[in-house]
Design a protein around this ligand. Structure first.
Ligand code: HSE
Length: 287
């Protein structure tokens, strides 16, 4: 059995802790054989444990402590701590592992509820489970999710080589937002979602850049965002935004602008990889 979970980009600008999209970078977890003790074989670096301290196993065993030990193999091309949902993908894989080995028969909705409880917010785990664009709300323990087709466009990811911890990027956020500001910020998010759902990328892109919940507080941690945004505007992109807590920035472009914008982003020499990604439409899969 092999479990595949996509990368994700959360927030999409103003949809803080609520909106996300699945992308075509993947975590794979292969179940090799039953074993005397748990072993997670991987080449993801010394900071990723290969015993029960691994987040994958922690997640699976929290759901079903008596799961029989197995030898697993984990591979991933989702960059770690770059704002592309690498830890969410592991949580989702852990839930699917417990689901399959423990015959839990979980629905997609119950997977999202469990994953949101573990992750703290639904905007990465929900698209990792459902695929595509997901708008989610997790309030008072109740998780509600709407999935929709993300409109066709090119997605350029500028992925800095330096990581940025989500904890650090959440620490700079205010603990409260004044009522008037909250109304303005949520109205922008509402229009962004409506524009995405009607395939209106020019308006969606504009709204993505008007976020008032998080980007301005994080700007000192991600100085490249302003530079990329300026270039994206000059070259006719729909819009760009911080992917999750950063440091990755996503630029949405019309098909015919993508190549030129990618070249120009590369020419900025930002110490970052510049890659074209596609929307994953399937979410978590088991082969
Ligand atoms: N919504 C989250 C944030 C995503 O921006 O902090 C990263 O976990």
């Amino acid at each position: 059995m092999k479990i595949r979970v996509p990368a994700t980009s959360a927030n999409l600008g103003p949809g803080f802790d609520s909106c996300g999209v699945a992308l075509d970078r993947y975590l794979f977890v292969e179940v090799i054989e039953e074993s005397y003790e748990w072993l997670v074989e991987h080449e993801l670096g010394p900071e990723v444990p290969n015993d029960q301290e691994n987040l994958l196993l922690k997640t699976a065993l929290e759901l079903v402590p008596e799961l029989p030990p197995h030898h697993l193999k984990m591979t991933s091309d989702i960059p770690i701590t770059r704002g592309l949902g690498s830890s969410s993908s592991v949580i989702v894989a852990g839930i699917e592992l417990a689901n399959r080995l423990g015959n839990l028969g979980l629905t997609q909705e119950s997977k999202v509820t469990l994953a949101t409880k573990l992750e703290g917010h639904p905007d990465n785990v929900a698209p990792a489970i459902f695929g595509d664009l997901v708008i989610a709300s997790a309030v008072d323990g109740q998780v509600d999710v709407v999935r929709h087709y993300f409109p066709d466009c090119k997605i350029i990811a500028v992925i800095p080589r330096q990581p940025l911890s989500t904890e650090k990027a959440r620490h700079v956020l205010p603990s409260e937002v004044p009522f008037k500001e909250a109304v303005a910020a949520s109205s922008i998010a509402n229009v962004m979602v409506a524009a995405l759902m009607t395939g209106n990328l020019p308006v969606a892109g504009q709204m993505m850049e008007k976020d008032r919940f998080h980007e301005k507080y994080r700007s000192q941690l991600v100085p490249h965002l302003a530079v990329i945004r300026e270039l994206a505007h000059e070259e006719g992109a729909y819009g760009c935004f911080l992917s999750g807590a950063g440091p990755t920035v996503l630029v949405l472009t019309p098909e015919n602008r993508c190549q030129k914008i990618q070249q120009l982003l590369n020419a900025l020499e930002l110490d970052a990889a510049v890659e074209v990604l596609a929307v994953d439409r399937e979410g978590v899969q088991v082969f």
